[in-house]
Design a protein around this ligand. Structure first.
Ligand SMILES: Cc1ncc(C[n+]2csc(CCOP(=O)(O)OP(=O)(O)O)c2C)c(N)n1
Ligand SMILES: [Mg+2]
Length: 273
């Protein structure tokens, strides 16, 4: 990757963080930690890796994203707004009555959202069906799933990956947001994932592992995943919950936070530096 592209992607990721904070900040509360941890992968996916068209969000044969950890909706909305799927002003309507941007992703409301999620475990299951459907139709479209690490404690996640293996869903890439934190503790102290790479490899997946805040490493992994034939893929993204915004990153509890207007201004100022 040349320096220009790296700088471009880093700028996009920062913009996504800015718009995520702006979105959650307009309501004064929200799922900030798990939204900020996926900003970098979203920046890479929506700026060259995924075949999508903001002018035609339902384009036949497009690549689709399922944000299985649906509580990170604000980061998805920030990304879609930044790419022009809808006006950035919509971000100020998060979770308000009649909004098109509910707190969790809803494909029936938001242009560019490909699957409704929020009940943890279900997104990845549905993504398997979407990927199988693309294959049956002979479509080139790929399906990307952003999966939480705490979410991975749901039994239905493992049913889904068994299915993906048996049906050779090589058009499916699972992106594990391995921030090691869930609502009220670390994943290891609640129910550990052990080494997710080993587990997914045992389930027949192609596996890679990268720093989930390194846009170059993320893009290389995504491009390599596209080339895999006959196997679904896992990319473990080592991330930090609340990444990039000091008061969130350093908070003891950053799953869902409430903010004063002054805190929102200071977070936005930090992201404007
Ligand atoms: C089936 C189900 N159970 C519980 C919840 C409540 N819940 C929302 S987020 C969350 C923690 C998820 O942790 P993780 O997957 O690590 O995501 P992160 O917070 O790191 O973004 C829980 C338990 C839910 N949304 N769905
Ligand atoms: Mg987590």
């Amino acid at each position: 990757m040349d320096r220009e592209r790296k700088e471009f992607l880093e700028k996009e990721a920062k913009r996504i963080r800015y718009l995520t904070v702006d979105c959650i900040g307009s309501l004064g509360e929200g799922h900030i930690g798990g939204s900020l941890s996926i900003a970098d992968v979203l920046a890479v996916l929506y700026n060259g890796v995924m075949n999508v068209d903001p002018e035609n969000p339902k384009m036949e044969g497009r690549d689709q994203l399922v944000c299985s950890k649906g509580h990170a909706g604000p980061a998805v909305y920030a990304t879609l707004a930044s790419r022009g799927f809808f006006p950035e002003e919509w971000l100020h309507t998060l979770n308000q009555p009649h909004t098109l941007l509910p707190s969790h992703c809803d494909k029936n409301r938001t242009p560019g959202v490909d699957m409704t999620t929020g009940s943890l475990g279900q997104g990845i299951s549905v993504a398997m069906g979407m990927a199988a459907g693309q294959k049956l139709k002979g479509s080139e479209g790929r399906v990307y799933v952003i999966l939480g690490d705490g979410e991975s404690q749901e039994g239905q996640v493992w049913e889904a990956i068994m299915f993906a293996n048996q049906y050779h869903l090589d058009n499916l890439t699972v992106l594990l947001d391995y921030n090691k934190q869930q609502i009220d503790g670390t994943v290891d102290e609640v129910v550990t994932l052990g080494d997710p790479k080993e587990r997914y490899a045992a389930f027949g997946f192609d596996v890679q592992e990268v720093d989930g805040h390194d846009v170059e490493a993320i893009e290389n992994a995504l491009l390599a995943a596209k080339e895999v034939v006959g196997k679904p893929q896992l990319i473990v993204l080592h991330t930090v919950k609340g990444k990039g915004v000091s008061i969130v990153q350093n908070a003891a509890f950053n799953h869902y936070m409430t903010f004063t207007k002054e805190q929102v201004s200071s977070m936005l100022a930090e992201l404007s530096e």
